[in-house]
Write a protein that binds this ligand. Structure first.
Ligand code: BGC
Ligand code: ZN
Length: 371
């Protein structure tokens, strides 16, 4: 069958036609015919050979980890899925170390050993192909009404996992959180999203829905599809070209939350300087290696302490984040029916995947469609 394959040894990316079709081999396996596979920054890094590992013994890695498929066959013990159902497959698989408590608890997104695998990224083939088989426990049922959008579920899980942890962290503030039953309004309620790519915009929707007044700071101009999108979901777009980080802080006031979705450490550390009292800074981006920059560590450390600030990075996502992403996506569409579909800016044939992966096509989220 067809698949988009990356060959790290010879530095090639090709659409191959002889990738073996996977078969149901365990009673709990589910076989999918792929419908949509999204392209993200990680895929582009893999295609630049900065990242990405083929499965043991294979000269190539089939890329793709943001997916939607339709169930075409199920193993004898599968009850959760039937033919015709839609499913999104999780990305990460546990390591085998008996003492990795995270993996043993089914939370391989917190794996300690680093020996986890990831479909389409590290040690396992991905989803940019015609058929995929996996265990039902890694599959999430998607309602039929989300068929055109559900390829956004995986990138949305990043925000879901981030916010899941945010509620835990900010439960330290005893007066209630936005969206909570005793919504406090004035405190813990202003969020700044850095970046207006898919992770940033999906994060902005998640935060608006969670009750935050939300600003999005981005390099994109005004007007642009990104600035229009922010406007339509009730977030305020701040163009980096005309608004400095200090200006942004002046406009917003006490910044309770920064959701970083650009992967540029220089911007992140500039924005850390304006994080508010009791503020939380969430990193989701993976920066490429650039030249070191200077930061005034005394100023930063003073603020960390004197303002009770918390910083955390978050990667990948567990089962709950997938389930929350599926229900939030449905809710986003109910709230913003015209905006949400505009996140998917193009659907392309598998033969065009290389152009998407090498960054030759603009847009927010571009998708390889096998419909
Ligand atoms: C994926 C995650 C993955 C991470 C690191 C991201 O693009 O969405 O599932 O864990 O890359 O490999
Ligand atoms: Zn990704």
């Amino acid at each position: 069958m067809k698949a988009v394959a990356v060959f790290p040894d010879t530095k090639q990316v090709k659409v191959i036609t002889d990738h073996p079709e996977p078969k149901i081999s365990a009673p709990t396996d589910v076989k999918l015919r792929m419908i949509d596979v999204g392209v993200c920054g990680t895929d582009k890094e893999i295609v630049r050979f900065d990242y990405g590992t083929p499965p043991p013994g294979s000269p190539y890695l089939v890329i793709g980890h943001e997916s939607l498929g339709e169930v075409i066959e199920t193993g004898s013990a599968v009850q959760k899925f039937k033919k015709g159902d839609l499913a999104v497959v999780m990305v990460r698989r546990p390591c085998d170390h008996p003492d990795c408590v995270a993996c043993r608890a089914g939370r391989q997104d917190f794996c300690y050993t680093g020996d986890f695998t990831e479909r389409g990224i590290k040690g396992r083939h991905g989803f940019m192909t015609e058929y995929v088989v996996d265990d039902q426990k890694y599959m999430n049922l998607v309602p039929a009404e989300l068929r055109d959008l559900a390829v956004l579920v995986e990138p949305l899980t990043i925000a879901q996992k981030a916010v899941e942890q945010l509620w835990q962290v900010q439960s330290r503030l005893p007066w209630g959180l936005p969206g909570g039953p005793d919504k406090a309004g004035r405190y813990m309620h202003k969020a700044l999203v850095l970046g207006a790519g898919p992770v940033g915009l999906l994060g902005a929707m998640t935060l608006v829905k969670a009750g935050f007044a939300t600003w999005v700071y981005s390099k994109n101009p005004v007007p642009s599809p990104q600035s229009d999108f922010c406007k339509s979901i009730g977030a305020t777009f701040l163009a980096a070209d005309s608004t400095s980080v200090a200006d942004a802080a002046g406009i917003i006031g006490n910044i309770d939350l920064v959701y970083e979705a650009v992967g540029a450490s220089s911007l992140a550390f500039e924005v850390i300087r304006v994080l508010g009292t009791n503020g939380v800074f969430i990193f989701t981006g993976v920066p490429g290696r650039k030249a070191p920059i200077q930061v005034d560590t005394d100023v930063l450390m003073r603020d960390f302490v004197l303002k009770n600030q918390i910083f955390y990075g978050t990667v990948n996502a567990g089962k709950q984040a997938f389930e929350d992403a599926i229900s939030d996506l449905a809710e986003f569409r109910r709230r913003w029916p015209d905006a949400v579909p505009r996140l998917i800016t193009g659907r392309f044939k598998i033969e065009q995947a290389i152009d998407l992966l090498t960054g030759k096509v603009d847009g927010i989220k571009n998708v390889v469609s096998l419909r």
